[in-house]
Write a protein that binds this ligand. Sequence first.
Ligand code: GLY
Length: 306
Amino acid sequence: MLLANAEAWPGFDTTVDLLKGGEAGIPAMVAGIAKVEREARVRSVGYGGWPNMLGEMEFDAGVMDGTTRDVGAVGAVPATLPVSALAYEVMRHLPHVMLTGAGARRFATERGFAVDEVLHPDSKRVWWEKLEQQMTPQQRAAFPDIPLAPLSTAITDPERVRDTTVFLARDAGANLGAVTSTSGWAWKYPGRLGDSPIPGAGFYADSRFGAAACTHTGEMTMRCGTSRSIVLALRLGHSLEDAVKLAVEELAELKSGFLAGVVIHAMDAQGNHQVVNYRCDEEIRYWYWDERMDKAELRVAARINP
Ligand code: GLY
């Protein structure tokens, strides 16, 4: 069984084919999500994504094996694709769970990842156009040696905070897993991590109970531990529907800070799944496939209000 957000189209079938062939969930998902990261037409993750305020791409990714509960994650990684594969390397080759920034890039080189050109020319153009509009002539003349924080709120674009791809799978051995990848929030403050590399927030999996992963506003799911909330609620005996509802109620309790939409993707160990759209104006779609189906389907996420 495989669940992923709409942006997963370049690699979804790759993962389905690998799962059909008996491949374990995590390597099957890492192979599929790598295609999403490299696809320039996907303007929300990887090469097609958006840079930080300095015009630099910084990628985040996470991998979780729901059977061992091993996790690998990377954050704010420069010049590297696919970063989900790098997160998997962290899980397999280090005694750590997460690497960030220069250390993550150093490890990428050790593991044989090329130093990639990762800034899409159109992303560079849009990044500068928008930044230029927000800056005074003095700021423009001194850029980038200016305080960036005052620009941070002005330049925030709620339409571009959704830069994430998530895959959740149950493989032939009934192992659940999660893989995420993102270029993060467009025009983010350099060094900002979203929820995609944070286990428990952007993703979580426990093969005995279920798995969950989130897209859109990581600033909210990190505060609520949304993915872990869902899996814990399943462990405590709630249905998948109730577990997701509980997590949405927690999000709705937030009254301060940056608040916008969140999309939750979740499955339980019995083979049920739910994808819900909390507060996103646009219609949210997702990919779904299970072994009873000839091919994957693009479905519409249900809107949910607490
Ligand atoms: N959910 C992706 C992010 O907040 O970066």
